[in-house]
Ligand binder design. Structure first.
Ligand code: ME8
Length: 510
C-alpha cells in the first residue's frame, strides 16, 4: 500500500453561494480521505475557492462591489461548509492569496523559459459564463456547446500555451497510466478528444484586471483555468520545495464534475509536464444532480442549499444519501422523498435498529454487560462469514470509488445481523436458563456486527458513527480506529457496560 494519499476537490467559484454540486464533490472527497486515513495512510485533503476571472468579476460588478470584496464575503460560505458537513479537509486555498500568486507565476515562468508559452493574438467565440473560447466549428447555432448561451466574437493579444506539442506526451501518459482518468467511459472520451488534435491554448487576457499578472508583461493577467488548476500544487507549498510537496505530490486523485474533466485531464498534466513537474496520478469525474427531475437552476428556484439540508435532515443523512443513492460517476436525481425514504430504510430501520434492539436485549438479559461468546455454532456461520468478507469487499469497492457498493455491502451485513437475531430468537432462548451461554453468544455477534458496520460506515456518517461507537463501549474517536479492526471479528469488549438504548437515526417524518 502507498503510504500517502493526496485528494483534492475542485476549487469553487465565489460568484455564488454553495449548492448541492459543491457539497457532493466535497463530501465524496471527505469519505475517501477518511477511509484512507483509517487504512493507515498519511492523507492530505485540499479544498478551496477559485476567485479570479470574468465570472467572479462580472458578478461583483453586478453587485457594485470590487471582486475581492465579493470573494471575501462568499468564501466564508464555502469555508463554513467544512463544519456544517463535517468535512475533514487539511487545507483550504483561496486563489487570491499571495502564496498562490507566487506559485502561478513560477510555473508560468518555467513553461515560458521552456519555450511552451509565446505571445500571439487570439480571436474566437467567447462564452463568458464558461470562460471558454470556441471555434466556429464548435459553436452550436451560435451558442456555447457547453451551456448553450450566446457566445461573442473577440480578439485580443494573448500568451499561448503550446498545448499542441503535448498531444503525444499526453496520449503516452494515458496509455502508461490506464487508471489516470476514471471512470473508464470518461477516459475514452478524453482520449478521443486528444487524438482528434489539440490547438494551442490562450492563457492570458488583457480584457481583465482581476487575475494574477503575467510576469513581465504589463496588462496581461493569467487565464483563470491556468491560475485555478495550479492551486493543487500551491496547496502543498509550491514553489517552495516543502516537505508537504515532497510527501504528497503527485496527487492521487483530483475529484471533479464531468463538466470540468477536460481541464484536469488534458490542460493540467500538459502544464505540469511543460514545467517539469510530475502529472497527477488520477482524475475522477462524477455525474450531475438534477433536482426533482429538473435541471437545477436559479431561474427555476430549485437550487439545493447544503446548509438548509443539514439544518433539516442533519449532515450525516445528507452525506449518506448523496453517496448511497447514485453510483458515483453517474448522473442522479435529488428528491426530498428519496432522501427521507433512504434514511428511514437504511439507517433508521436497518443499522440503527440493529444497534438499538441489541442494546435493549443486552439490558434485559445481561444487565447491559457484554457477555463472552461461546464457540460458534452452525447458525452463527452465515453471519461470521459475512463479517469476514466485508472488509476486503468494501475496500475493493472504495478503490474503484464505488461508494454505493461499499454502503450496500455494510447494509447487507447489518441486515444479515438483523435476520440472525430473528432466526436465533434471543427472546425464546431467554426463557431457558440452560441456554444462557447461547443467548450471550447471539447477542455478542449481533453487537459485533453493529460494531463492524459502524466502523466501516464512519467515513460516510462521522457524527452518528461516533455516537454508535461510544454506545458499543469502544474507546476514543472512531476515525482514529483502523479499518483492519473491521477485519477482525471479536473486537467488542467483553465485560463492557453499554447503554440501554441509543437512537442514532430517528425516523424522519417529512
Ligand atoms: O468549475 N451536480 O467551479 P464551480 C453535481 N472553479 N455537480 C455539480 C452540479 C450538479 N448539478 N453543478 C455543478 C468550477 N457541479 C471551477 C473549478 S478546479 C481547478 C476549478 C460541480 O463552482 C461541477 O461539476 O462552477 C464542478 O465540479 C463543481 O461543481 C464546481 O463548480
Amino acid at each position: 500500500m502507498k503510504e500517502t494519499f493526496y485528494i483534492t476537490t475542485p476549487i469553487y467559484y465565489v460568484n455564488d453561494v454553495p449548492h448541492i454540486g459543491h457539497a457532493y464533490t466535497t463530501i465524496a472527497c471527505d469519505a475517501l480521505a477518511r477511509w484512507h486515513r483509517m487504512k493507515g495512510q498519511k492523507v492530505f485533503f485540499l479544498t478551496g475557492t477559485d476567485e479570479h476571472g470574468e465570472k467572479v468579476n462580472k458578478s461583483a460588478t453586478q453587485q457594485g462591489i470590487p471582486p475581492k470584496e465579493l470573494a471575501d464575503r462568499v468564501v466564508t460560505r464555502f469555508q463554513g461548509l467544512s463544519s456544517a458537513l463535517t468535512i475533514s479537509n487539511d487545507g483550504f486555498i483561496r486563489t487570491s492569496e499571495p502564496r498562490h500568486y507566487a506559485s502561478v507565476q513560477d510555473i508560468f515562468r518555467k513553461s515560458h523559459a521552456n519555450g511552451d508559452i509565446y505571445l500571439g493574438a487570439y480571436e474566437g467565440w467567447y462564452c463568458t459564463p464558461c470562460e471558454s473560447y470556441w471555434t466556429d466549428l464548435q459553436l452550436v447555432d451560435g451558442t456555447c456547446p457547453d451551456c448553450r448561451r450566446p457566445a461573442e466574437k473577440r480578439k485580443e493579444p494573448s500568451y499561448f500555451f503550446r498545448l499542441s506539442k503535448f498531444q503525444k506526451p499526453l496520449l503516452g501518459y494515458y496509455e502508461r497510466n490506464p487508471r489516470f482518468i476514471r471512470p473508464e467511459s470518461r477516459r475514452n472520451e478524453v482520449i478521443a478528444f486528444v487524438e482528434a488534435g489539440l490547438t494551442d491554448l490562450s492563457v492570458s487576457r488583457t480584457s481583465l484586471t482581476w487575475g494574477i499578472p503575467v510576469p513581465g508583461a504589463d496588462g496581461h493577467v493569467i487565464y483563470v483555468w491556468y491560475d485555478a488548476l495550479t492551486n493543487y500544487i500551491t496547496g502543498l507549498g509550491y514553489p517552495k520545495r516543502t516537505e508537504a510537496f515532497d510527501t504528497f505530490w503527485p496527487a492521487d486523485v483530483h475529484m471533479v464534475g464531468k463538466d470540468i474533466l477536460r481541464f484536469h485531464a488534458i490542460y493540467w498534466p500538459a502544464f505540469l509536464m511543460s514545467a517539469g513537474i510530475e502529472p497527477p496520478l488520477g482524475v475522477f469525474a462524477h455525474g450531475w444532480w438534477t433536482v426533482e427531475g429538473q435541471k437545477m437552476s436559479k431561474s427555476l428556484g430549485n437550487v439545493v442549499d447544503p446548509y438548509e439540508m443539514v439544518e433539516k435532515y442533519g449532515a450525516d443523512a445528507f452525506r449518506y444519501f448523496l453517496l448511497r443513492e447514485v453510483p458515483f460517476g453517474k448522473d442522479g436525481d435529488f428528491s426530498r422523498k428519496a432522501l427521507v425514504d433512504r434514511i428511514n430504510s437504511d439507517l433508521a430501520n436497518n443499522l440503527g435498529n440493529l444497534l438499538n434492539r441489541s442494546l435493549n436485549m443486552l439490558a434485559k438479559y445481561f444487565g447491559s454487560v457484554v457477555p463472552s461468546p461461546s464457540a460458534p455454532e452452525l447458525s452463527d456461520e452465515g453471519l461470521l462469514c459475512a463479517g469476514r468478507e466485508i472488509l476486503p469487499a468494501a475496500d475493493a469497492a472504495m478503490e474503484e470509488v464505488e461508494f454505493h457498493k461499499v454502503l450496500a455491502a455494510v447494509l447487507n451485513l447489518s441486515d444479515a445481523a438483523n435476520r440472525y437475531i430473528d432466526t436465533n430468537a434471543p427472546w425464546a432462548l431467554a426463557k431457558d436458563p440452560a441456554r444462557k451461554n447461547r443467548l450471550g453468544t447471539v447477542l455478542y455477534h449481533a453487537l459485533e456486527a453493529a460494531r463492524v458496520s459502524v466502523l466501516l460506515m464512519s467515513p460516510f456518517i462521522p457524527t452518528a458513527a461516533q455516537r454508535m461507537w461510544e454506545a458499543l463501549g469502544c474507546d476514543g474517536r472512531v476515525e482514529k480506529a483502523t479499518l483492519s479492526e473491521a477485519g477482525r471479528w471479536g473486537g467488542l469488549r467483553v465485560g463492557a457496560t453499554l447503554p440501554r438504548s441509543v437512537i442514532a437515526f430517528p425516523r424522519i417524518e417529512d
